[in-house]
Design a binder for this molecule. Structure first.
Ligand SMILES: [Zn+2]
Ligand SMILES: [Zn+2]
Length: 273
């Protein structure tokens, strides 16, 4: 059976001191490899290396938003990719125009030697090493012979999105960071897998909503309303690092399908076809 392999490189919330920040790899049946978010610092490539992946194998990065815990590892991926390839095709980064403007500022600030502008980044030899690909709501982007993706607005910060990725007849949906999101419910209809953030439980719904995040109950409700086949919770905060069971229990009150929580370097497969 053809499969999509999902590898979690980072599963911690922004203030996590136990886990790497958000980065998820999808290996699709047509050979396409996608990176969803780029974590922060060097953890994305450190964990990728542990999972047997190299920077030159990352060609497409789908970015959910411009918070540091999702974006600031981009420069690390670019640096290692450019070094390894010594040329070759640029790193293709897809997100909203607003998020990519922030990515431009990030590269201008911390990637010396690159000339960075609205189109991407060019190195000292004049080679384009990063290309920004601004996307609009629902715009379909072709990423491989049988892999496409489109984004939908998230309820988090301005310019934040989630992603639906389709390959070989199966869909995986990634929430990005968001409060309970009716647009996600619509976008996730019939997906094989929903990867949804869970900032905490209903006990502190107010706290989660104040910082524009979901509870595990919200994630379960979204999974049930969308009729997805499986739910994985991620973006785990410090109080739930060691014991994620309260998050799972709460999502299960809303959703009858399989629920689990991700951990760094955890892998799972989704059957396609
Ligand atoms: Zn985050
Ligand atoms: Zn965020």
């Amino acid at each position: 059976m053809p499969k999509i392999r999902v590898t979690f490189l980072g599963t911690g919330a922004g203030a996590s001191i136990h886990r790497a920040h958000t980065a998820i790899v999808l290996d699709l049946p047509d050979g396409t490899r996608l990176l969803l978010d780029a974590s922060s610092g060097n953890s994305v490539m450190r964990n990728a290396t542990q999972a047997g992946m190299q920077a030159q194998d990352f060609h497409h990065i789908l970015l959910s938003h411009h918070h540091g815990d999702h974006m600031s590892g981009l420069t690390q991926v670019q640096l290692l990719r450019t070094r390894a390839l010594n040329g070759g095709s640029p790193l293709e980064v897809y997100s909203t125009g607003e998020a990519l403007e922030h990515a431009t500022l990030l590269f201008q600030a911390i990637a010396p030697g690159l000339t960075v502008g609205p189109g991407g980044a060019v190195n000292a030899e004049g080679r384009q090493v990063v290309r920004w690909n601004p996307v609009t709501d629902g715009q379909i982007i072709e990423l491989g012979p049988d892999t496409r993706a489109w984004s939908f607005p998230a309820d988090h910060i301005s310019g934040a999105i989630g992603w639906r990725i389709e390959s070989d007849g199966a869909a995986i949906v990634f929430s990005g960071d968001t409060r309970f999101n009716p647009k996600l419910v619509e976008a996730a209809r019939g997906a094989r897998l929903l990867i949804h953030e869970a900032y905490g439980t209903e006990d502190d719904r107010e706290g989660a909503n104040r910082v524009a995040h979901s509870t595990a109950g919200d994630a379960g409700r979204s999974a049930a309303l969308a009729g997805v086949e499986e739910l994985v919770l991620t973006h785990i905060t410090n109080p739930f690092h060691a014991d994620t069971q309260p998050l799972i229990d709460e999502a299960r009150q809303q959703y009858e399908g399989p629920v689990s929580t991700a951990s760094d370097l955890h892998q799972l497969t989704v059957e396609t076809g």
